[in-house]
Design a protein around this ligand. Structure first.
Ligand SMILES: Nc1ncnc2c1ncn2[C@@H]1O[C@H](COP(=O)(O)OP(=O)(O)O)[C@@H](O)[C@H]1O
Ligand SMILES: [Mg+2]
Length: 149
């Protein structure tokens, strides 16, 4: 079973996010690790669609977190890029009981990360090529990978 998925357009990345959204159960934590413009937010847009989120999902860079209402589930979209400068006095666990957390720049503050999560590393190739490497931590997230594969 592969843990690598290649996309060659934003649309394909949205489709991959959609698949993941259909395979996850709540609560779940997904970490998106990749450079600027790797496709973290684009991926999240597809995932949000699968959860029934109707609003447009865009980069939460200046707000740390945006929450969206889906069908019977909340999506919490976090961008921790600037968390260092803001100081972190929130407990991620508080947001996880009722939903799905998708975290861009997760390793800014490893202290807030739970023990189990689905880490997705995104590498940029030529032009529009992206490689998504899934690294599940915990049996629940291994199940998600099986579901997609
Ligand atoms: N295969 C691809 N997957 C995702 N985005 C792509 C791809 N190819 C080109 N792009 C472009 O790269 C940019 C990704 O932006 P975004 O999703 O906001 O990245 P990030 O959140 O990682 O900074 C968008 O402009 C998108 O159109
Ligand atoms: Mg982004």
């Amino acid at each position: 079973m592969t843990n690598k998925f290649k996309t060659s357009s934003a649309e394909e990345t949205r489709n991959l996010g959609y698949k993941v959204g259909k395979c996850i159960t709540m609560p779940s934590v997904i970490l998106l690790d990749g450079d600027l413009a790797a496709g973290k937010t684009t991926f999240t847009q597809g995932l949000a669609k699968a959860l029934g989120v109707k609003k447009v999902v865009n980069s939460p860079s200046f707000t740390i977190m945006k929450s969206y209402t889906g069908e019977g589930v909340d999506l919490h979209h976090l961008d921790l890029y600037r968390l260092d400068s803001v100081g972190y006095d929130f407990d991620l666990e508080d947001y996880l009981v009722d939903g799905i957390a998708v975290i861009e720049w997760p390793f800014q503050v490893e202290e807030v990360l739970p023990e189990e999560y689905l880490l997705i590393k995104i590498d940029k190739g030529n032009l529009d090529e992206r490689t998504f490497t899934f690294i599940p931590k915990g049996s629940k997230y291994e199940g998600v990978l099986k579901c997609i594969g």
